[in-house]
Design a protein around this ligand. Structure first.
Ligand SMILES: C=C1C[C@]23C[C@@]1(O)CC[C@H]2[C@@]12CC[C@H](O)[C@@](C)(C(=O)O1)[C@H]2[C@@H]3C(=O)O
Ligand SMILES: O=C(O)CCC(=O)C(=O)O
Ligand SMILES: [Fe+2]
Length: 341
């Protein structure tokens, strides 16, 4: 169990709450990476849920444990120490404020770019609260996540028969890949639970903008995903497995065949949740458009053409729960025309 010092009762008045749901996601697709049928299960899961769990992943447990220990050490530091690495712009330490447009959650976090140019200046780390050893553990972990994300993307390319095996994974292997990494800590909040039976929203509902995200957490629940019909279901935690999300960019690259999954995190009343998320993104100049090899004869793109830079620029101007992809859908112009009549 994670031992984190209890937070002082802080003001949670501006943070949204919701009733805990009893819906447990029991049909969660489980992908055994050593199973020869893994690629079929992955593609089915990406179409139906945009989400699945990975077991037999081969990531050494010591990488995971070391990183979790470092994260706990960091989040246990006194507030002024942690704040030396903030406020996030968008990288760095953040507390409750998510993004730049007024979103709040019961969470503190560290957000990193995995591109060292953004973090080191002549070998000196820009985030003062982050030691070199912490940084090197993050690097080891991120490179294990990149390998796993690429393996999954290669299985997808094979199963969909969309040309070279690396047609998707090369976007993450590119040295200019715009990938980021996040450590989240959701302190428990027993007071609210006792007062109202409600849970604080740790991280509000959203889709991830990138191609693919890999979530790993300790054994504390909180992650929920929305099914196609909009029902929220709770994902049972499993500290030895990884959970994979389809991001907006992969939805576009597959012309809507895969579903970018809406998800959120509820803070618990008893235990801290610690999560680490790898967000695999393409280079900024990459055009995000349906892969020509996936399109059937006569099929049209559902989206206007844009680069990852265009998408990110637009995404950073939105609130967490906004439909970011909506602005780029071809039907968006028609929808807004109809609305104004
Ligand atoms: C409110 C916001 C936070 C976010 C940038 C945004 O304007 C909209 C997308 C958000 C999100 C969700 C997934 C990842 O956690 C994240 C790092 C990302 O790439 O997009 C966050 C952004 C953030 O926290 O800065
Ligand atoms: O902390 C988690 O488990 C998920 C958080 C998340 O979805 C995100 O940071 O984008
Ligand atoms: Fe997310």
């Amino acid at each position: 169990m994670v031992v984190l010092s209890q937070p002082v009762v802080e003001n949670f008045a501006h943070i949204k709450t919701c009733m805990p749901t009893s819906n447990i996601f029991t049909e969660i697709p489980v992908v055994d990476l050593l199973d020869p049928d893994a690629k079929t299960i992955i593609v089915e899961a990406c179409k139906e849920f945009g989400f699945f769990k990975v077991i037999n992943h081969g990531v050494p447990t010591e990488y995971i444990a070391q990183l979790e220990d470092e994260a706990i050490k960091f989040f246990n530091l006194p507030k002024p120490e942690k704040e030396k690495s903030g406020p996030p712009n968008p990288f760095g330490y953040g507390n409750k404020k998510i993004g730049l447009n007024g979103d709040l959650g019961w969470v503190e976090y560290l957000l990193f770019s995995t591109n060292p140019e953004l973090f080191s200046q002549k070998g000196k780390f820009i985030l003062p609260g982050i030691s070199e050893s912490f940084w090197s553990i993050v690097n080891e972990y991120v490179s294990a996540m990149r390998n796993m994300a690429c393996e999954v993307l290669e299985m997808i390319a094979e199963e969909l028969k969309i040309g070279p095996r690396d047609i998707l994974s090369k976007l993450l292997r590119d040295e200019k890949s715009d990938t980021c990494f996040r450590l989240n800590h959701y302190p428990p909040c027993s007071e609210l639970q006792a007062l109202s039976g409600r849970n604080l929203i740790g991280f509000g509902d959203h889709t991830d903008p990138q191609i693919i995200s890999i979530i790993r957490s300790n054994n504390t629940s909180g992650l929920q995903i929305a099914l196609k019909d909009g029902t929220w279901v709770s994902v049972p935690p499993d500290q030895s497995s990884f959970f994979i999300n389809v991001g907006d960019s992969l939805q576009v690259l597959t012309n809507g065949r895969f579903r970018s999954v809406r998800h959120r995190v509820l803070a618990g009343s008893l235990n801290s949740r610690i999560s680490m998320i790898f967000f695999g993104g393409p280079p900024l100049t990459e055009k995000i458009t349906p892969l020509p090899s996936i399109m059937e004869q006569g099929e049209e793109s559902l989206y206007n053409e844009f680069t990852w830079y265009d998408y990110k620029k637009s995404a950073y101007g939105t609130r967490l729960s906004d439909d970011r992809l909506g602005f780029f859908e071809k039907s968006f112009a028609d929808k807004s025309k109809k609305r104004s009549i």
